[in-house]
Design a protein around this ligand. Structure first.
Ligand code: AMP
Ligand code: MG
Length: 422
């Protein structure tokens, strides 16, 4: 048996960062930037008003106070998107809106609220003079040119994950496209004579293939592109053809056929088609796992495609996906932070660990004044998918811990969507 860490290390050592692609920025969300992004100009590109008000020369307001206004001639108005063709000169002010470039000669903006603007709001007349009730410091209510981004600076470094704010920065720099590490295409191949496609009626003895869909949804969640293949029956020839087809991708994930009872077929097929290891990983659920490289001949080139053989039980396949496939996909996407966040929680029920494996128990999390509580989501059989659906996280019982008593602390690895409990 190998440990979870050993298995993960071997998998990560085999997969590598994919090549970059260039595309429209909105399509790059959550992908990794493959270039430094340098600003071609300052942002903001000009000094501009941070408030609606009057552009003034601050030194002219030195005597202004409540009840003792300084009156200035209003010689113009400038809205956001326009440039004033007049300068503020002695005894004058220019009405200015938020975001509008500061007119020449002005060095401060006084808010409407600090003038008699609002007193005359309803008289309908545009007045030639404005009374200002406050002094103004130089630069007051002005956003200065380049205060956010300076021309020539590296604004986004290579390897940055593009979140909505970074997509916004790219747009603010006038960049409609970006170079990012492409998303891996992941083939998903379910195996088993008992499986029935979700759009067909069930016949006796059959069950619907749920793994393909749970795995495909998980691939989408970590940023990959899932490709669902037809169900492979438990016999050599079709399995071989399906695996070969599945290898037309960046990664192949199979489910089922790796446990002791029936993995021989998969094993035989795979050993003919590449190099594969069958592991028993010291974890529960999810002990049997296959990993290797499928060789794919393409004209004169032999391409090697990483293959992860997940166990068939629905919960086992999801939990092994979490521990092994997700980090592999993230690495292919150029990411380097694979760990899910964890919290420490008080366990509500005892968990026994009889055979020295690491247990990933499905738990629901709640929080009270003392901190987090973890409660088992019900029967923990590896076929009980509803217990996975009810879970916010996976409570981890270490290999060398035969019992966690109720009331003791456990580490809980948060699952996808667990932010909704916050
Ligand atoms: P196996 O690993 O092939 O022995 O399968 C273990 C268990 O998982 C069996 O009860 C299978 O019926 C079930 N199983 C295998 N593949 C799937 C699948 N794609 N969807 C739902 N259940 C599956
Ligand atoms: Mg099977």
């Amino acid at each position: 048996m190998i440990s979870v860490e050993e298995a993960l290390e071997k998998i990560l050592a085999t997969v590598s960062r994919l090549e970059p692609e260039e595309k429209a920025i909105l399509d790059c969300l959550d992908q990794v930037l493959d270039e430094d992004v340098v600003a071609g100009f300052d942002i903001p590109p000009h000094d501009n008003a941070a408030m609606d008000g009057y552009a003034v020369r601050s030194k002219e307001l030195s005597g202004a106070a409540d009840g003792r206004p300084v009156y200035l001639d209003v010689i113009g108005e400038v809205a956001a998107g326009y440039v004033s063709n007049k300068n503020v000169i002695e005894g004058t002010a220019i009405r200015i809106m938020t975001g509008a470039p500061l007119p020449g000669g002005a060095d401060a903006v006084v808010r409407f609220e600090d003038s008699d603007e609002l007193e005359h709001k309803d008289d309908g007349k545009r007045r030639g003079k404005i009374g200002i009730f406050t002094t103004a410091g130089k630069g007051q209510n002005i956003r200065s040119r380049g205060e956010d981004i300076q021309s020539g600076s590296i604004v986004l470094k290579k390897n940055t994950v593009l979140r909505p704010s970074e997509i916004g920065i790219l747009a603010s720099l006038g960049k409609s496209r970006a170079k990012v590490i492409r998303r891996p295409v992941v083939s998903i191949l379910p195996t088993g004579d008992e499986l029935c496609n979700v759009d067909r009626p069930l016949s006796p003895g059959k069950i619907y293939d749920s793994n393909s869909y749970a795995i495909a949804a998980s691939v989408l969640k970590c940023g990959g592109i899932p490709r669902l293949l037809d169900i492979a029956r438990d016999s050599m020839k079709p399995l071989k053809a399906q695996i070969s087809h599945g290898a037309e991708a960046d990664m192949l994930i199979t489910s089922g056929g790796v446990s002791v009872g029936d993995y021989d077929i998969v094993k035989d097929v795979l050993s003919q088609m590449g190099q594969i290891d069958f592991w028993t990983v010291r974890m529960k659920p999810g002990k049997p796992l296959a990993f290797g490289l499928v060789k794919k001949q393409k004209r004169n080139l032999v391409k090697e495609v990483p293959h992860l053989g997940l166990p068939g039980n629905p919960v086992s396949s999801m939990i092994t996906f979490e521990q092994f496939a997700r980090p592999a996909i993230l690495k292919m996407m150029g990411k380097d932070n694979f760990a899910r966040p964890t919290v420490t929680a008080t366990l509500d029920q005892a968990i026994k660990n009889n055979d020295g494996r690491r247990i990933f128990a499905r738990v629901r999390l709640t929080r009270d004044a003392e901190g987090w509580h973890a409660s088992l989501t019900g029967p923990q059989g590896s076929g009980i998918l509803t217990s996975m659906s009810a879970a916010d996280g996976l409570a981890i019982v270490p290999e060398d811990c035969p019992l966690v008593k109720a009331g003791e602390k456990v580490k809980v690895q948060l699952l996808e969507g667990s932010e909704y409990i916050w």
